[in-house]
Design a protein around this ligand. Sequence first.
Ligand code: ADP
Length: 162
Amino acid sequence: MKLIYPGSFDPITLGHIDIIKRGSVFADELIVSVLYNPAKKSLFSVEERIDLIKESVRIKNVTVDFFDGLLADYVKKVNASAILRGVRNSSDFENEKLYAVNNYLLCGVDTVFLPAGQATGHISSSIVKEIAAIRFKKDMNTNIISDLVPQNVSLAIKNKFL
Ligand code: ADP
């Protein structure tokens, strides 16, 4: 079973890591794949995002890759068995359901959902960036995002705001 976990991961959070850990249990191989979308403004480049994921996730059957264009084309190219997505709430679910149905129609590969973990379901990359942008301006020594992202990511975000 080859699972693809696609996303922006701008940057990876403890919420993503929880899904990766739990998803990797079901998979022979889990590929965390960073979406390169030049139309979307990002804090970290794709290369930086890949490095941050590699540094923060060290699980034997987990690898990191990137893709651009349609997820369905990428899924076919790498011959994946299923797409993995994390679901935090009902609005995530409604969105994900639409993508899941369309991806199935496009490539015949299904999406499996894991519910967000109890301790990490409130985390999103956007919220992390919002908090960091405001607080790091005032106080570079704050630990404000240390419960939301791994330490290497916290440092990398600080460096962006220095
Ligand atoms: P976001 O920018 O919303 O954090 P990504 O595109 O990076 O989203 O997310 C990739 C996948 O990870 C999506 O399936 C998303 O729902 C899921 N995800 C994001 N944050 C969490 C979290 N805290 N817990 C569980 N799943 C999450």
